[in-house]
Design a protein around this ligand. Sequence first.
Ligand code: DOR
Ligand code: ZN
Length: 442
Amino acid sequence: MADLVIRNSHLVLPEGVVDAGLVVDDGRITDIIKDSGLPQADTIVDAGGNYVLPGLIDPHVHMREPGAVSKEGWVTGSKAAVAGGFTTVFDMPNTQPPTSSIEELAKKRELVKDKSLVDYGFHFAVTQDNLDELRNLSGDIASVKFYVCSTVGSLIIENDAVIYEAFKILAGKGLLATIHAENQVMIDYWMNKLKDSGEEITPLLYARTRGNICAADSLNSLIYLSKSVGVKLHVAHLSTREEVQLVRKFKDEKLSAEVSPHHLYLGLDDVNSMGSYSKVNPPLRSKADRNALWEGLFDGTIDMIASDHAPHLRESKEKDIFAASAGFPELETTLPLLLNDTHNTRLTIELIAKLASENPARVFRIKNKGRIEKGYDADLVIVDMNREKKVLEDELYTKCGWSPYAGRKLRGWPLKTFVRGRLVYDDGIIYEENKGLEVSYY
Ligand code: DOR
Ligand code: ZN
């Protein structure tokens, strides 16, 4: 007798879609066989002829805990995750206090335990003066994050010598460096020019102070530094055509990149209507940039989609463009936006499984996740490709309660989400009794 059987499904396996059933025992996939051969089970789920994807893995979320639980926390944030088909998330270190010491990492672990509904991992932060902390790190983190520009939170590391030293330490340990690449000196230059001009500073002009060259120049320099010491480099929220070209040119097994939904599904054209809500770092970009990002996803230059879920309350967004907080909530809309696109673009369900599950598991070396395969964790999401529904802010679980995609009609939504074989989201209902675990790394 198995614990769980899922029948009547199109399984999205690494080698392609097959019509078959899944057998799950002790949270792991133990068999993939034709429905006619499925065993008896404690729970039998009829997938209704829908696709079953490997649970989505989001290597880039800001859960805001500790420090800003008025905006989000692991309880609400992980509800948003399961409602969006995510079964594993990695939290960014720009919390308050930041995750830049082994002591703070241990405290965050305690805080998250017993709260998260999804499995999870943590990014660590580098600062100007925590190289000793890096030396003492063990391998149980997703990566070390380098904020080379100032953004939400207090983290910034601007001195290339320190970056170089930190890269050397991480290279020695085989740990990944994740970068937020925007050149702060350039940003300051154009920002000050704009302020001096006396012009009214609109959200669009603000976005231009962080133009493409700021990201590309920073990435160019960081790729050079990474290659000179052999550290593995992961580019967070790649947003410009110039960065796509750079990553394509230097791509190897030590260089990976992610793109966020807002850089695919929002752009400079939306800035006027969104006002201060459009603020995000790096900023929204042009149509040409968005096209280049899609090309990068299709040709393998960009490895993955990462939501960069960065919730802020309306009151933090409804300020002038300088004072407004940067970032968007994304966990509940990323998968529907992608599924919707499979109906009218080159995007396929198989590619979604690669970009949102298999590749993040590979790059961040997560054990037993990212594939529907025997022996892997039964992290699964059943999606209804034909359900058509608008994004409604009232239905969101994120504490911030708004979405930049509100009102968009999307076709393709998650129906049921399983974390290690346990149903945590069932079409609008969340089961909170089972908690997530920290992932293991290989
Ligand atoms: O827009 C952003 N929001 N960019 C970042 O780098 C940080 C993030 C946040 O934490 O809100
Ligand atoms: Zn981020």
